[in-house]
Design a protein around this ligand. Sequence first.
Ligand code: CP
Length: 313
Amino acid sequence: MITHWKRKDLTGLAELTAAEIRHLLSTATAFKEVGTRQIKKVPALRGKTLVNFFVEPSTRTRVSFELAAHRLSADVVNMSASTSSLTKGETLLDTAKNLRALLADIIILRHSSAGAAQFLAERMDACIINAGDGAHEHPTQALLDTFTICEAKKLPHADLKGLHVAILGDILFSRVARSNIHALTKLGAKVTLCGPPTLVPRELESLGVQVTHDLDALLPEVDVINLLRIQHERQRKEYFPSLGEYTSLFGLTKQRAEKLRPDCLIMHPGPINRGVEIDSDIADSSRSVILDQVTNGLAVRMAVLYLCSGARA
Ligand code: CP
C-alpha cells in the first residue's frame, strides 16, 4: 500500500514495485469514474503546462496523453520532431531545456533510442514520462493493458495470481512486451512468450517468463492473449521468410481462435496489421478488448500525470 507517490518521472516499470503499480491502477480507476460524469474535467493540473514531444509517430499514445492533460485542466502543446529544431541539429537535452525555459512542467517523450526518457529525467526538474523508447519500455501501454485485464477479469485489487497471459509475436523488438512482462510478473501472473525463435529467444526466460514456439499447444491454456505487431522499423535483417509464413505459423487466424477458451481476452496494443498477426474478424469479435484498451489509456494516463506532477510539487 502506497500512501505518498514519490516519483516525479515514469520512465519504465522495471523499477516500480507491485505496490506502486497497484497504486497507479487504483488511481486510474478513480479517474475512469471522472470520464462517466457530464463534466469530464477536474482542476488537478490547472496552471501546469504539458508538452507532448513525439520523435516517433503515434496515434493512441499522443492523443490520449493530450486528452488526459485537458481533462486534468493542464495547458498542452504538441511537438513533433520533423517540425522542431532537432532537424537543425539541436540536441534532445537542449530541446528539453528550452521547453523547460518556456515553463513546461511535464514532458511526454516518445523516442527511438532506448533510455532517452531516463536520460532527460536525470537531468531535468520537469516530470519526464516515457511514451515509448526504442525497444526498451512503454510503461503506460503496459499499465493500460493490465488495467484492462483487471477490469475484464474483475480483479479490483490487481492480484493476478492464477492468471496465465500469453504475449505473441515480435518480442525481441517490443517495448510493449518488456513493460507488460514487468507489470504482469510483479502482480503475480504467469506469462508465456510465443513466436518465431528468431524473435522470441530462450534467453528471455531470465525475465521470469516461459518461452514456447508451439502456439497451437499454448492457445487452450491461456486466459489472455496479447498480440504484438511485427516492428519492421526496428528490424535490421529478416527474422522470418515472409509475412505470409509468419501468419501461417503465428497469426491468430479464425481456426486458431477456436482453440482459445471462450472467456479468453484478445488484446493488441495497436496499430493492428489486419490479416498478419490477427484475422480481421477476430480483431472485431466480442472477445477482443482492443478498443477498451484504448479507452482505458485515458484514465491510466490521467493517473500517471496526476501522481508524477504531485510528487514534483
Ligand atoms: N500502442 C501504441 O503505442 O500506439 P501508438 O503508436 O499509436 O501510440
